[in-house]
Design a protein around this ligand. Sequence first.
Ligand code: SF4
Ligand code: SF4
Length: 269
Amino acid sequence: MVDRALKSGHPRLNIIRQPDAPPPVSGVFVPRELPARPGRLEQQLRALWSPQVRARLWTPRHWLDQLRLRRQYMWEELTADELALDFGVGTLPDCDTCEEVCCTGPHRVVLLRLVDVAALVDAGLADHMTLEKPTYSDAELQANPALWDMVHSQAWQVMPVLKQDATRTCSLLTQDNRCGAWPAWPLSCARFPYALDIAHNRVFYARSCNSVTRDFSRSGRKRETALVDAVVEAFNQRLRDAVLLTVAREELRALGLDRYLKVEGNSAP
Ligand code: SF4
Ligand code: SF4
């Protein structure tokens, strides 16, 4: 995964494929120029987050839902100025020179938000989503707290993930190691390797990205700001998803988003 602001075109990702892995089935993926964001469906979804729809949560019908959501989620949306960096200013991923395994691996599954689903549909990439999720052993989950959190989240039950090929590489990775979804790539890819420690209002640098550079230039600071904004956006969209999936099911169905989710009555892709 790579910083959105790294290049003006598709970001380049440095991937080491495992030497004995079978040839990737994603090799047939041909990148093309994708429409600018936000597309029509993404705009319609974002417009759903209106005061009128949010107010439904305070009606008697959703009183218990409101209590449940308050228990499960930080209630307020975040802003970037509430956060401190857990690392030095100008610390950025050095994607051009890194030799890390990124966008590939059994633990690198990308769980999507509603806005990601809408963006992928707008981009004509809906075939890269699936509700069939990998399973993990207790030992794997215990050794990886972030994975444990993801697998035990409500979103894991409802939302799709990006498909992986036989090498466990994201099906959107192109043969020349670029993100074939950019600029419609998911929020968790846009923010990586920055991640949120919500308990301490801090942004930390994911340990799984070891290729680090320091860039104090203006463009470096811009990349840093974009990554922090993506962290904030990823957090806020998680809260919005929880609310919309509770009070706006009809609207989500009307937008055709239901068919990508594991909810009653859909035909899962
Ligand atoms: S591991 Fe880090 S530096 Fe390497 S491509 Fe991924 S995000 Fe970039
Ligand atoms: S969408 Fe896939 S290829 Fe693109 S950055 Fe995310 S994991 Fe990598």
